[in-house]
Design a protein around this ligand. Structure first.
Ligand SMILES: Nc1ncnc2c1ncn2[C@@H]1O[C@H](COP(=O)(O)OP(=O)(O)OP(=O)(O)O)[C@@H](O)[C@H]1O
Length: 372
């Protein structure tokens, strides 16, 4: 088939595989990205994120499967004939060209060569204004800051009016403060330009704050595809649970109780969960509790309460992270929601709502509950 079956998909992968020799880098990926959608590819170094962008742009060819851009099969198309624009981490600007020449470059090459000099000048000015770089047009890239170079790279991508933007860690060369600002600018830009964006990052905060949907990858295998809320609140497995969210989720061991609507931790504490019809009574499980979901229990609270001693504290400015040793011997990190300085050796009673008790089986897969 040379036409995609899915209406409105800007990019579509159908059963795509990619190997480099014996190394399997993309494992049977099927994914469709709508026009206007902002999708983050999130995963650790080497999990195959950049490879996916290279497959769409045509820098690499898939070992098997089909890739569609704007409904058209592109497997056999040259990179310059695929209407997508890459934005790289290192900006990839031409050092001997001015900012204006860099931005204009895509209009003078490939299949968009039909513009007059005046039209090009007008378009350059228009996109330079979109990214607020219009006062720097005559400069060479070496005379720009990192943030300004990144905006030139964006302008050069926008001027092509592509079906999709492919962004490979575009903010990772910027310092933390600039990155925060650029993140907001990129989101505003996405709203304004309104094209499908596939955004590669290993930074879960970037993915959570910017994306409509997140594809979590590990070792070339999709772990979960979902909205930021879905991957945060209903992680499909322990990899996702651990990779998304900061500070990272705590994991403690336990068993499924007889009612299949609670778990028993080592040390005998019982935590209520939503009903888990597919769980087996006595099944060994790992229980995931986010440090931010454990709150100080009130005196009258008796259910879903954990007690432990503080053995370490970390001050973050906004709050304290306390490491606790529980009565059953397990350890937990918790965000201290009080203003007072916690002390080593203090006893803490913590309460967790059953909505926030995540249960995983021995293979690390989420045990679904009736609330899922
Ligand atoms: N041309 C190539 N030849 C052989 N192996 C490659 C090639 N390109 C990438 N790889 C390997 O494929 C795997 C995935 O690489 P990829 O660049 O897609 O990872 P990534 O998730 O983008 O990582 P990072 O965040 O570090 O950029 C890695 O193990 C990498 O070493």
């Amino acid at each position: 088939m040379t036409q995609s079956n899915i209406e409105n998909a800007a990019i579509e992968f159908v059963e795509v595989n990619k190997s480099y020799g014996d190394l399997h880098v993309v494992d049977n990926l099927t994914l469709s990205i709508e026009a206007n959608e902002f999708v983050a590819l999130l995963g650790p170094s080497g999990c195959g994120k950049s490879t996916l962008l290279k497959l769409i742009s045509g820098i690499e060819a898939p070992s098997a499967g089909e890739i569609y851009v704007d409904g058209e099969l592109v497997n056999y198309k040259l990179p310059r004939d695929r209407n997508v624009a890459m934005v790289f981490q290192n900006y990839a600007l031409y050092p001997h060209m001015t900012v204006a020449q860099n931005i204009a470059y895509p209009l003078k090459t490939g299949f968009r060569r039909q513009f007059s000099a005046k039209e090009i000048e007008e378009k350059v000015l228009r996109v330079a204004e979109i990214v607020d770089i219009q006062s720097q047009l005559a400069k060479l890239p070496e005379h720009l800051s990192g943030g300004q170079r990144q905006r030139v790279a964006l302008a050069r991508a926008i001027i092509r009016e592509p079906v999709a933007f492919l962004m490979d860690e575009p903010l990772s060369n910027l310092d933390a403060l600039l990155r925060d600002g650029m993140r907001q600018q990129l989101m505003a830009l996405h709203k304004r330009v309104g094209r499908a964006t596939l955004y590669v990052t290993h930074d879960q905060l970037e993915a959570m704050t910017m994306a409509n949907r997140i594809v979590v990858l590990n070792g070339g295998v999709v772990q979960q595809i979902g909205t930021p809320r879905e991957v945060f609140h209903k992680p499909a497995n322990m990899f996702v649970a651990n990779f998304v969210g900061s500070p990272t989720m705590n994991f403690v061991r336990g068993l499924v109780a007889e009612d299949k609507r609670s778990v028993l931790l080592n040390g005998g504490v019982s935590l209520a969960t939503h009903p888990m019809p597919t769980a087996e009574i006595g099944q060994p499980v790992t229980i995931g509790l986010r440090p931010t979901d454990l709150i100080t229990a009130r005196n009258e609270d008796a259910e879903n309460v954990l007690t432990g001693h503080i053995f370490q504290t970390e001050y973050t400015g906004a709050d304290h992270l306390c490491s606790l040793s529980l009565t059953g011997g397990e350890e937990l990190r918790v965000r201290d929601d009080g203003r007072a300085m916690p002390n080593i050796g203090d006893t803490k009673r913590l309460k967790v709502d059953k909505d926030y008790v995540h249960v995983f089986d021995a293979a690390g897969i989420r045990i679904p509950s009736k609330a899922d």
